[in-house]
Design a protein around this ligand. Structure first.
Ligand SMILES: [Fe+2]
Length: 145
C-alpha cells in the first residue's frame, strides 16, 4: 500500500495524495510518497516497543453519551501505556473511516493520558487509528466496527 505524507503537518494519506491536506490544507505538491511512513510490528513475538506504541481500540455499540445511533470507539496507545513526558510523548492521533480521514486529536505531554474516546455516527466500516510518537514515529491499528 502506498502512503503519502504531508510535508507540513505529517498527515498520512493512503493510496493517493489528496488535492489538499485535510489537516493543514497544504496543497498536493506538499505530499511525498513514503512507503516507510508507518512502523510495522516486528513479527509474531512483539517486543516492548510494539506493546507501547500499537493503538488499542475498543468498540462499544451502545453509546452512553449521545444515545441511539452513536457508536463509541475508545482508543489507548499501547497495551503497555505509552509515556506522556516532555521528552517522549504521543503528539497526535489521527482517525480514519475506510481509510478516509475523519479527525485529528492533538495531545500535549504531562496532563493527558494517551487515550481518546470518539463518537461515531456510523455502525459499520473499518476504523483505522494512526498515532505519532515524537521519538518512535507512526503506528497503526485497523479494526472492523
Ligand atoms: Fe514512543
Amino acid at each position: 500500500m502506498n502512503t503519502f505524507v504531508c510535508g507540513k503537518c505529517g498527515y498520512v494519506a493512503f493510496d493517493v495524495a489528496p488535492d489538499f491536506c485535510p489537516v493543514c490544507w497544504a496543497k498536493k505538491e506538499a505530499f511525498k510518497l513514503d512507503s516507510a511512513a508507518i512502523k510495522s510490528p516486528g513479527g509474531v513475538q512483539t517486543g516492548e516497543l510494539e506493546k507501547k506504541h500499537i493503538p488499542q481500540i475498543k468498540i462499544t455499540k451502545t453509546c452512553g453519551l449521545v444515545g441511539p445511533g452513536c457508536v463509541d470507539a475508545n482508543i489507548k496507545i499501547g497495551e503497555i501505556l505509552h509515556p506522556m513526558e516532555a521528552k517522549h510523548y504521543i503528539t497526535h492521533i489521527d482517525i480514519y473511516l475506510n481509510r478516509a480521514f475523519i479527525a485529528r486529536y492533538h495531545l500535549t505531554p504531562e496532563k493527558l493520558n494517551p487515550a481518546l474516546g470518539i463518537h461515531l455516527k456510523v455502525d459499520a466500516g473499518k476504523l483505522l487509528v494512526l498515532q505519532n510518537c515524537n521519538l518512535h514515529g507512526r503506528w497503526v491499528t485497523e479494526t472492523e466496527i
